[in-house]
Design a protein around this ligand. Structure first.
Ligand code: ZN
Ligand code: ZN
Length: 127
């Protein structure tokens, strides 16, 4: 197997093993567990290729910056915990697009980012 192929495969494996949206640094950390020679330039290059191929989706998160996740997932949103700084995937979407805009506007897409405290961090607060 070519070296490049092995590195791309490792990055794909990272996204198969980790369900949540990942930062470049997360991809690098998890990817190095599989291919120890993986570096940031290689990760960036392969993420770009995987986005172009439609395998990954790039999300611009207001707090966490650029995140990547599998493109095949159903439409959903993310919850950011300000305590542990993790992004959690939320099930489905409750927004009724046609009710969210006045008459005459045609919605083509939307993105919503929720933030607060996750269940495990809110439990720690009460200890
Ligand atoms: Zn948390
Ligand atoms: Zn939505």
């Amino acid at each position: 197997m070519q070296r490049n192929t092995a590195q791309k495969k490792a990055i794909e494996t990272v996204f198969q093993k980790h369900e949540q949206a990942l930062r470049v640094d997360d991809v690098l950390t998890y990817g190095r567990e599989l291919v120890s020679t993986l570096n940031q330039a290689t990760v960036y290059r392969n993420l770009k290729i995987l986005v172009e191929q439609g395998w990954l989706k790039r999300i611009s998160h207001p707090t966490l910056g650029i995140l990547y996740e599998r493109a095949e997932k159903r439409h959903h949103h993310h919850f950011h915990c300000r305590e542990c700084n993790r992004a959690f995937e939320l099930p489905g979407c409750v927004l009724k697009e046609e009710q969210a805009v006045p008459d005459g506007f045609v919605v083509e897409e939307h993105e919503i980012f929720l933030s607060g405290v996750c269940p495990s961090c809110s439990q720690e607060d009460h200890k």
